[in-house]
Design a protein around this ligand. Structure first.
Ligand SMILES: [Zn+2]
Length: 409
């Protein structure tokens, strides 16, 4: 039998793709000052020199991933992080908020350039999302994905009354008899979500089946943004936001247009993971995650009069996207703009916080959006611009007529 976990793992992987094209950076709408304030330079060059230093992980113990410490498991830190999970896991440049890994043969200025981009845009992205740096790191947590994933796998194998390290399933859990795979999935994810990092460390370092993690630094991360410098020479997928940071290209190899906005966009993705995500996955539909990142980073948003050119709210997963991605992104931005104008930013951020840790591992086939997203969105009484109620289903099915009203006002 194909287990529920297998199916879920596949769907999680599909929804983890937050890589963004750098080629959707054409004209930038002019009124971005409402959406962002402060931030880095506009020309993509380094501004104030961010102080930092090069370090060797063999001396500090701060490696890019658990994989680089011998635990052979992809940590979902983005497609462009693979080199940093293997060859370049130990050479890094550290600044106040970043750890930048990459090929040691790249010029030092590439690392410094990346640090400037990220440091100059981090507080802007945090402000745009309405949270502080401390909140961000606290919401993100400090347990590596590989550790959570490994632990969840072990906990999934338990039945009621059994324990694994400090984790135990109560005798009375769930329905009578053996736990179903769905119950075991639900329990194991809830357990790792609620776990303290001390519990995770204690359990993984004393695993009954022989510890695969042998040191605390394989399990925990620093309160920094983990960045992998890749060496691709094209705009497609140049930037990626993931649950521990962002991956961007080396400036000496290729620098996309409007790079500052792109960096902010990717930083907003990593903040989304902290606000609403669970392990490495986001419960919000693709149009929402991308639309929010487009809108709040100051990227171009489609004009409301052009709404009929795309159906953004039908793009729930990565696989639903169609047409030219740069057009799609502008329309995701428009769909988000409408929502934020009618409801206010705080309500949308509040919705995301309510989704945190409650990702829906019950599969559903009748509606494309995640059940928990639908429940929270609809329970918050989201509104249309005219003050009447807006449901998730409304916005997906009646997007064009809602936008027609919007465009005529
Ligand atoms: Zn994006």
């Amino acid at each position: 039998m194909k287990s529920l976990k297998q199916i879920i793992t596949i769907s999680l992987a599909a929804l983890t793709l937050t890589a963004c094209s750098g080629d959707d950076q054409g004209e930038v709408s002019v009124d971005i000052s409402d959406r962002i304030s402060g931030g880095g330079s506009s020309n993509g060059g380094p501004t104030a020199n961010i102080s930092g230093s090069f370090k060797n992980a063999h001396e500090t113990g701060v490696f890019f991933s658990a994989e680089s410490l011998g635990y052979l498991r992809d940590e979902y830190m983005g497609i462009n992080s693979y080199d940093c999970q293997s060859s370049y896991a130990d050479h890094y440049y550290e600044t106040e908020n970043t750890l930048i890994y990459g090929n040691p043969n790249l010029p030092e200025s590439d690392f410094q350039h990346a640090a400037n981009w990220i440091e100059n845009n981090f507080s802007t992205a945090l402000n745009a999302m309405g949270i502080t740096k401390d909140e961000y790191f606290s919401l993100r947590g400090n347990v590596r994905l590989a550790a959570l994933d490994s632990l969840q796998f072990q906990l999934y194998a338990l039945d009621k009354g059994e324990n694994y390290g400090t984790f135990m399933i109560p005798e009375q859990y769930g329905s009578s008899g053996y736990m179903t795979s769905e119950e075991r999935t639900k329990w194991s994810y809830e357990a790792i979500y609620k776990a303290t990092s001390a519990d995770v460390v204690e359990t993984l370092l004393s695993e009954p089946n022989g510890p695969r993690f042998t040191a605390e630094n394989q399990i925990l991360v620093e309160d920094k943004l983990y960045v992998c410098l890749h060496e691709k020479d094209s705009p497609w997928g140049w930037g990626e936001g993931h649950s521990l940071g962002v991956n961007i290209g080396a400036a000496s190899v290729y620098t996309p247009n409007q790079v500052e906005q792109l960096i902010r966009h990717e930083l907003i993705h990593t903040i989304q993971h902290a606000l609403a995500g669970f392990v490495d996955w986001l419960p919000t539909p693709r149009w929402f995650s991308e639309g929010q990142a487009v809108y709040l980073s100051g990227m171009e948003v489609a004009h409301k009069s052009k709404h009929s050119e795309y159906e953004p709210t039908s793009v729930v997963t990565f696989w639903d996207e169609y047409g030219d991605p740069s057009d799609a992104y502008k329309h995701y931005g428009l769909a988000y703009q409408y929502l934020v104008e009618a409801n206010g930013h705080d309500k949308l951020i509040n919705m995301m916080k309510q989704l945190k840790g409650t990702s829906n591992w019950r599969l559903q086939w009748n509606i494309p959006e995640q059940q928990k997203y639908v429940e929270v969105f609809d329970s918050l009484n989201m509104l249309k611009a005219d003050g009447t109620s807006l449901t998730v289903e409304d916005y997906r099915l009646n997007y064009q007529s809602i936008m027609s009203d919007y465009a005529s006002n």
